[in-house]
Ligand binder design. Structure first.
Ligand SMILES: N[C@@H](CCC(=O)N[C@@H](CS)C(=O)NCC(=O)O)C(=O)O
Length: 323
């Protein structure tokens, strides 16, 4: 039965200073490679619910792709438009690229899946969701944790088990960079875009661009954030950067400088986009249509800009200087 009360979206979570404060994800269980674990890693047992627009869900799609887990973990993509009731699935016959009806739970909306697991659920109805088809429950809805599980617990079934995106010798370095990138960049663009006061906006946009300057320096010395190998820190930065000039610069007013004016950050974005398989996880159509049509308080007429024309397949030139 569909609940009719109006959906409160994450963008409504602001404090008294008008600052956007993101809520903690509520489902935090872990899949383990141990056969006896409650949530044991098995092929065709787990399923991802994602939006191709969402930078957090995008992390999970990239790790699934790079590890070669597409046939091991299924995936359903929601409609790009988040309306007053949140995310929804397409109807049978509704033709939106990459989207399918929910064949796992037969839900019409993402919120139905949350209520199916917990009728008293009072959190946000967010993507990504990592679903267990065996226990019929949500394992985890926090992308930072989902990508750790996909990286390490499914190696028995992965096509690329040797790829380690969180190697132990780099763990503390990755954690440190993730923390500043999360606060100032990943969540920073939302803090700028969802601010309700001038002060809150300016504070967020200033921290964002200060951090971009810092990352630009790091990427002038190494190909990736933690050296010359790709780690989860790069994936977490990339999903914000690939949306930057297309959406955040306009829609969230992150416009002190365009991202393409930072040579190393821009080159890094091209480099990541061109890693085998990554561009298949990027849908500019979903990204643009989602943001520009889903926040009527920011863009009341839902007009989607035609530009900018940016080509992410041009040579990145980042392999030679750091070889
Ligand atoms: N901390 C979560 C955040 C996920 C999140 O905020 N997803 C957004 C889409 S970009 C969402 O589904 N929002 C639904 C809403 O605002 O109601 C994660 O990283 O997985």
């Amino acid at each position: 039965m569909e609940r009719k009360q109006q959906h409160k979206a994450a963008m409504d979570d602001v404090n008294q200073k008008g600052q956007f404060v993101r809520r903690e994800s509520q489902f935090r269980q872990w899949i383990s490679r141990e056969k006896s674990a409650d949530f044991a890693a098995e092929p065709d047992r787990y399923h991802l619910y994602v939006s191709l627009a969402c930078p957090w869900a995008h992390r999970t799609l990239i790790v699934r792709k790079l590890k070669g887990l597409e046939t091991v973990i299924g995936c359903t993509v929601v409609h790009y438009h988040m309306d007053g009731m949140g995310w929804r699935f397409v109807e049978p016959g509704e033709n939106i690229p990459f989207c399918t009806p929910d064949e796992i739970n037969g839900a019409k909306r993402l919120r139905d899946i949350y209520f199916q697991v917990d009728p008293a659920y009072d959190g946000r109805f967010t993507v990504p969701i990592l679903w267990d088809k065996k226990k019929k429950t949500i394992v985890n809805n926090e992308s930072a944790e989902i990508i750790r599980m996909l990286n390490s617990e499914f190696n028995e079934y992965a096509k690329n088990p040797a790829l380690d995106l969180y190697p132990s010798e780099l763990a503390s370095k990755i954690d440190a960079i993730n923390s500043v990138v999360y606060d100032n960049v990943n969540n920073g663009v939302y803090k700028a875009g969802f601010a309700h006061t001038q002060e809150a906006y300016e504070e967020a946009v200033t921290s964002l661009f200060n951090e971009l300057e810092h990352l630009e320096q790091i990427l002038s010395k190494s190909r990736y954030l933690c050296g010359n190998q790709v780690t989860e820190a790069d994936i977490r930065l990339f999903t914000t950067l690939i949306r930057f000039d297309i959406v955040y610069q306009y829609h969230f007013k992150c416009n002190i400088r365009p991202l393409y004016s930072f040579p190393n950050l821009h080159g890094f974005t091209l480099d990541m986009y061109q890693l085998p398989g990554v561009k298949d996880t990027v849908s500019f159509e979903h990204i643009k249509k989602h943001y520009y049509t889903s926040h009527p308080t920011i863009n009341p007429f839902g007009i989607v800009p035609v530009g900018p024309e940016l080509d992410f397949s041009v040579p990145h030139h980042r392999d030679t200087p750091f070889a």
